[in-house]
Design a protein around this ligand. Structure first.
Ligand SMILES: [Ca+2]
Ligand SMILES: [Ca+2]
Length: 269
């Protein structure tokens, strides 16, 4: 099935319940948790508390790295990030649970510093990504939930832009080192839209292990046509169709349409 990104004709979410049921079985055969084996330094995939050892590393580590600033901050597997510049405009600042241990002790901040950026502090690890193409809108982290079941912990649902009539939604997760990244859909930008204009309407749903979207358009005869589809994280950081979840319908009455809203872990736009 073609992935037509923007022009996907999504409609009723009626088949979503079935999709979720299917998803359950699709999920049973989850692919192996492939870890992005990039430039992994000598750190373990350590989700426990960053132990800036109080005891000296009993070894010949007396190798003076002169460039090392004499701070006692935790290790920085994602790079060095200073304080957010005072002149930048903070557009959201949430205290959330990114690890997924039930305790909201992590932080997600979105801000404008020339470009929009999303910074997360997860288990003490700071990381940041730029969010391009925001349009006339701004970006704002909306909340977290376990939308992708391969990536550990909770994902961040973010309003990544949009215009007057629709908000664009993106999803951000964390890799094995705790560094934030933006999810993709079949390897391309994941952009979902929530909103309505005269003649069009679109919405988005998310819950544990699944996201879905729908889109309708007014037809010549006054009815609506459109389609819907559900997605799951099929490989690290990438969503794909839940098998047989995409649906096309036409001849719909206005009251048949799923609402043009974000229905996502209980938080809205
Ligand atoms: Ca936590
Ligand atoms: Ca997850």
């Amino acid at each position: 099935m073609m992935n037509q990104q923007h022009n996907r004709h999504l409609a009723r979410l009626a088949p979503l319940a079935a999709a979720i049921a299917l998803f359950g079985s699709a999920c049973g055969s989850t692919t192996t948790a492939s870890s992005p084996a990039d430039t992994v330094p000598a750190t373990d995939v350590n989700t426990s508390t960053p132990s800036v050892s109080s005891e000296p590393a009993a070894g010949p580590e007396t190798n003076d790295d002169a460039a090392e600033p004499a701070t006692s901050s935790p290790p920085a597997p994602c790079g060095e990030f200073g304080p957010i510049p005072a002149a930048s405009q903070i557009t959201s600042d949430l205290t959330v649970d990114l690890i997924g241990d039930g305790v909201a002790d992590d932080q997600v901040i979105t801000y404008l510093d020339g470009v929009y950026k999303l910074r997360s502090i997860r288990n003490g690890v700071i990381s940041e990504v730029e969010v391009p193409e925001v349009g006339v809108s701004s970006i704002r982290a909306l909340g977290v939930g376990d939308a992708g079941e391969i990536s550990a912990g909770n994902e961040v649902i973010v309003r990544t832009g949009g215009g007057a009539s629709a908000a664009e939604i993106g999803i951000f997760g964390h890799d094995a080192d705790g560094c934030v990244f933006q999810f993709t859909l079949n390897g391309e930008d994941l952009e979902m839209y929530v909103g309505a204009t005269i003649g069009t309407s679109s919405g988005m749903f998310c819950d544990d292990g699944i996201i879905a979207e729908w889109y309708y358009e007014l037809d010549d005869d006054g009815t609506y046509f459109g389609s819907s589809a559900a997605y799951f994280e099929s490989s690290t950081g990438d969503f794909t169709y839940v098998p047989a979840s995409d649906d096309f319908s036409e001849g719909l009455a206005l009251e048949d349409l799923s609402p043009a809203e974000l229905d996502c872990f209980g938080f809205g736009l």
